[in-house]
Design a protein. Structure first.
Length: 195
């Protein structure tokens, strides 16, 4: 299993770092975890974005999904783009939220973006994506947010997304080989709980 950090800037992109986006590759399968602001450009430095097999959006804050809107344009209009919708997993309302952010009401084709994405809502539990075993659980953040554990061939990766401490994170991260942990704005100001 190979992990590529596409972006890891918190809340807004930095001059040279996009917001959250992590590419996980194993057995010829390519999973993008989060699709934050600025990440589409950086993703193209590592992989043709049309080769991504699925996307998991951990929560519906712009710094974790907003470049899904830019990719909708690329996937819809680029001549070489796949014609089958890309599976996109996310919290309750993932399709509606991305469509609202895209703002494509004047589009001549599928303002729902169903021609681009096959939206699927997450729930705590486990499922398979290609050769990857995925486990997701709700974590402590002001909006519905999922931490993720990815396993393949005896290796494991856990990703906290944005979260405060909680039992779900401990369970997802237990004995993992690699832990991607969000850690920003811990000191120096008063922040809402679990931000």
């Amino acid at each position: 299993m190979k992990l590529t950090v596409i972006g890891c800037a918190g809340s807004f992109p930095a001059p040279d770092t996009p917001c959250s986006a992590y590419l996980v590759e194993a057995g010829g399968y390519r999973l993008l975890i989060d699709f934050g602001t600025g990440s589409l450009g950086e993703l193209q430095k590592h992989l043709d974005p049309h080769l991504v097999d699925a996307v998991i959006v951990t929560h519906l804050h712009a710094d974790h999904f907003f470049d899904a809107c830019a990719y909708a344009v690329m996937r819809r209009y680029a001549p070489e783009a796949p014609k089958e919708p890309l599976p996109m997993y996310g919290p309750t309302g993932v399709g509606e939220r991305i469509v609202a952010a895209y703002g494509g009401q004047g589009e001549l084709c599928h303002p729902s973006l169903r021609d681009v994405y096959d939206f699927r809502e997450l729930a705590p539990g486990s499922f398979e994506l290609g050769p990857l075993s995925i486990t997701v659980d709700r974590v402590a953040h002001p909006v519905e947010t999922y931490g993720i554990r990815v396993e393949h061939a005896g290796s494991s990766l856990a990703y906290t997304s944005d979260s405060g401490p909680c039992q779900a994170l401990e369970t997802l991260a237990a004995h993992c080989d690699v832990l991607l942990a969000e850690a920003s704005y811990l000191e120096g100001r008063e922040n809402p709980k679990d931000v």
